[in-house]
Design a protein around this ligand. Structure first.
Ligand code: SF4
Ligand code: SF4
Length: 433
């Protein structure tokens, strides 16, 4: 589809940004889709070339270009590798917005995506009811049946559905958790949309760990979904609407920082200035990943417990939107090293994508599986007791990978491991996921 010259105005900025690319190719070896396909058009350099050609009106926006934009995982490894400062992530979002405007993605999968992103994810009560329904399906073992009777895309969606945690892990957080010991600050905790239902344990652990480290924790009731999935799906307008709501909610909370324990949400919230201009600037600069904050503040390390035990071998795997999207790499590793009994072990490929990328595993199953397989081969060589990663999508994807490859490792958020160490210090039973 060609674009009316009158509508090319918004593309001028995209066109200008593509000029940062000097075609050096240093991003190619880190790009998962290039590594798997070997095709130039499936590399960052190739995609930047396509974006520029489209933005300058030299090629139409057709299904081939659209598919390359969605075959990209949005992992932003190319940004870290790029010596020229190409801001690939925001260019990709702009390009996907054009794909959506042109109506190039249709069909059942697209309709499910739109329904989930617009009508379900941003509405906590509806989302809770949907997760309640999923819990019933799992309890009655209907999920096994669904993998046989549902049509193609729905069957694949059902197969990827996560296990619903027990109700005690889905209980709401209190509005305020008081700091223990000397008070070091007042922070807001960003709870996310799916996190309370599927990773409530991590949210509760985060509040406890922050309080133990001297932070008053406020949980603003009027916060909501960060908009990351919407922006990645080319729905910039709705992502901005959600960012506006969060900017107002966090502004009212009057805190020193907004603490985020989901890498994808953190990266999106840091974009609020870009999405909203001045209106989102204060929100963007207030964002701190929970590991980043604790590391900068100086962690009150858990005390060692008596009795010699074999070390717990923990392998940290970087979430793309933490290491590439927020440039936080060492903080989680430093925190993990301070947990008594933990031996931090490294695998060869920690900063490459695991293939989670929102609903990518549903829309691009073959590529997602190939990317995950490469990651699991690297982890298998180390064979850790625990794989630690700070993003819910990555945790789910890594759990799938662990189950598929027959590894024995548990997959957990670094904050869960810290929380368990504090619980052990107090002689409390460990709250393991
Ligand atoms: S975001 Fe990831 S998958 Fe996409 S071009 Fe960059 S490195 Fe490749
Ligand atoms: S590393 Fe940066 S400048 Fe070099 S080809 Fe990739 S995007 Fe372009």
């Amino acid at each position: 589809m060609d674009v009316d010259p009158a509508e090319r105005g918004p593309l001028r900025e995209l066109s200008t940004r593509t000029l940062d690319c000097v075609h050096c190719g240093l991003c190619l070896p880190v790009c998962p889709t290039y590594r798997e396909s070997g095709r130039e058009q499936s590399s960052p350099r190739g995609r930047v070339y396509l974006m520029r050609a489209f933005a300058e009106g030299r090629i139409p926006l057709g299904p081939g270009v659209a598919e390359e934009m969605y075959l990209c995982l949005g992992c932003r490894a190319c940004e870290t590798a790029c010596p020229s400062g190409v801001r690939y992530g925001s260019m990709l979002e702009a390009m996907r917005t054009e794909v959506e405007k042109a109506g190039l993605r249709r069909g059942l999968a697209k309709r499910i995506e739109t329904f989930a992103l617009r009508a379900l994810v941003p509405h906590p009560r509806r989302l809770r009811r949907a997760i309640d329904a999923l819990a019933i399906v799992e309890r009655l073992r209907l999920d096994r049946l669904s993998t046989r009777v549902l049509p193609g895309p729905l069957r694949e969606l059902a197969a990827l559905a996560p296990r619903v945690p027990p109700l005690r892990d889905r209980r709401p957080l209190p509005g305020f958790v008081r700091a223990q010991g000397t008070r070091r600050g007042r922070v807001a905790l960003f709870v996310g949309c799916v996190m309370p239902e599927l990773f409530g344990r991590v949210n509760h652990a985060t509040a406890r760990v922050l309080a133990r480290n001297g932070f008053d924790v406020v949980v603003p009731p009027d916060q909501g979904c960060c908009g990351a999935l919407h922006a990645h799906a080319g729905d910039a307008e709705f992502a901005q609407h959600l960012a506006r709501r969060n900017a107002a909610a966090i502004g009212r909370a009057q805190v020193d920082a907004l603490v985020v324990n989901s890498a994808g949400c953190g990266a999106a919230l840091r974009e609020a200035g870009e999405w909203l201009g001045e209106e989102g600037a204060a929100l963007a600069v207030s964002v701190r990943d929970v590991c980043e904050l604790l590391d900068a503040a100086g962690l009150r390390a858990p005390a060692a417990q008596g009795g010699a035990k074999p070390p717990l071998r923990v392998c940290y795997d970087d979430p793309c939107h933490l290491v590439h999207g927020q440039r936080v790499a060492e903080a989680p590793r430093r925190l993990l090293r301070r947990i008594p009994g933990v031996e931090l072990v490294a695998h060869e490929d920690p900063t490459s994508c695991c293939g989670a990328a929102g609903i990518y595993a549903l829309t691009h199953r073959a590529m997602a599986s190939a990317v995950l397989e490469r990651k699991m081969a690297s982890l298998a060589a180390v064979d850790p007791d625990v794989v630690a990663s700070g993003n819910p999508g990555c945790i789910l994807q890594l759990r799938t990978g662990v189950a598929r490859s027959g590894l024995r490792a548990r997959v957990a958020h670094p904050i869960e491991l810290l929380d368990e160490a504090y619980a052990a210090e107090e002689g409390l039973p460990s709250k393991r996921s």
